[in-house]
Design a protein around this ligand. Structure first.
Ligand code: 13P
Length: 370
């Protein structure tokens, strides 16, 4: 984790968007006594501020545990958005990356949305600047604009639909059945997968997630030979050579469900290794193997873990609540415009529940301990 070989090229003036900056801000590992102390303080602050913790599966395991122990949630992007919108708390603490905090604020403008570190961003978001994206849309006025959740509020404001990896396939399938053509952004791998599955007419933005883009087809093939009984679970943000070897392709929730319900003993997982924390808790008897990213070689930028997700820590939760820092604001009219495409997705999912596999619920670690 400490070896940084690569800086994301689209740095802002302060260098805040480069991966070296992110790795440098990753909190150090905690000793058990420190962990217990920080979790206790964070839980107390959540209570005192009428706040709930909404965490993504890729963040640090301590934060995932804290969320579940305090009545929050650990979930994929879709469920995070729904949970934050529907929860009664007046403050949402979003542990994830910036677009997740923005989606929460767009859906709940009257709630305070805090994040442990506002520099936690996403290569897909960075790789799709709103002005260039608007020009791309202008060049294709006859297409429905479908954007991945991993985009800025300004990009969403230009879209007809937002999708997450849980429901993207079903929504593009629906658009195709209506005779619609699609403009897709920004993940080229997810877009290609959906195009292959649906046969929809799609033009695509050329973006990628730095975590999933690193999984290697040839190395995966060699690993599979060593584990012939293993099921291969792949997030669709991965390259085609990896997706083609999958037994299950799905969102983080769907991959978790596949491990929990699967009959196999061994699983090779091609997604951010933060998800393995929850997989181990919910499927303790199963062997989980990380898909190869060519290890710590010169081309490995993230080694299957997002540096921006890794910036989230217990101390950050404490500081944002205690100091009121890290608040997310989405200005009007961007918020209202972006709300349209998110609401359209949530409405589609509500009317077509079978199109989305339900999130996995179950074991909550150390309930009552916080
Ligand atoms: P999920 O919606 O599957 O949780 O994906 C999140 C993500 O950021 C993948 O790049």
């Amino acid at each position: 984790m400490s070896q940084v070989e690569y800086d994301y090229p689209l740095q802002d003036a302060a260098g805040a968007t480069c991966t070296a900056h992110a790795w440098a801000k990753v909190p150090p590992a905690l000793r058990p006594a420190e962990r217990a102390e920080l979790k206790g303080r964070a839980a107390e602050l959540l209570r005192r501020h009428d706040a709930v913790l909404v965490a993504h599966y890729y963040v640090d395991g301590d934060l995932q545990d804290l969320a579940l122990e305090t009545g929050g949630i650990v979930a994929d992007s879709l469920e995070m958005a729904r949970f934050g919108r529907d929860h009664a708390a007046r403050t949402l603490v979003v542990a994830g990356v910036r677009f997740m905090g923005e989606s929460a604020k767009i859906l709940s403008p009257d709630k305070r949305v805090l994040m442990p570190d506002l520099d936690a961003t996403c290569s897909l978001d960075l790789g799709c600047p709103p002005d260039e994206f608007a020009a791309f849309c202008d060049a294709h006025p006859d297409r429905q604009v479908v954007v991945y959740a991993n985009t800025s509020a300004a990009v969403k404001a230009r879209a007809d639909w937002m999708v997450t990896s849980s429901c993207a396939l079903a929504i593009v399938e629906h658009l195709k059945s209506q005779g619609q053509k699609v403009l897709w952004a920004p993940d080229r791998h997810l877009g290609r997968y959906i195009q292959e599955q649906t046969g929809a007419d799609m033009v695509m933005w050329n973006g990628a997630c730095i975590v999933h883009d690193e999984f290697k087809g040839l190395e995966l093939e060699l690993l599979r030979r060593e584990h012939p009984g293993a099921q291969v679970l792949v997030h669709p943000d991965s390259p085609q050579a990896v997706v083609l070897q999958a037994d299950v392709v799905g969102s983080t929730s769907q991959l978790l469900g596949a491990v929990v319900k699967g009959a196999a003993k061994e699983y090779i997982i091609a997604t951010d290794n933060g998800l393995l924390h929850r997989m181990r808790q919910l499927a303790p008897g199963k062997t989980l193997i990380e898909a190869p990213t060519a290890g710590n070689s010169a081309t490995c930028k993230s080694c299957a873990h997002c540096p921006w997700m890794a910036m989230n820590g217990l101390q950050g939760v404490i500081e944002c609540l205690a100091l009121g820092e890290g608040e997310i604001f989405v200005p009007e009219p961007t918020r209202t415009r972006a709300l349209g495409c998110i609401d359209r997705m949530l409405d589609f999912v509500r009317r077509n529940p079978a199109a989305v596999q339900p999130p996995v619920r179950g074991f909550v670690p150390n309930v009552g301990a916080a």
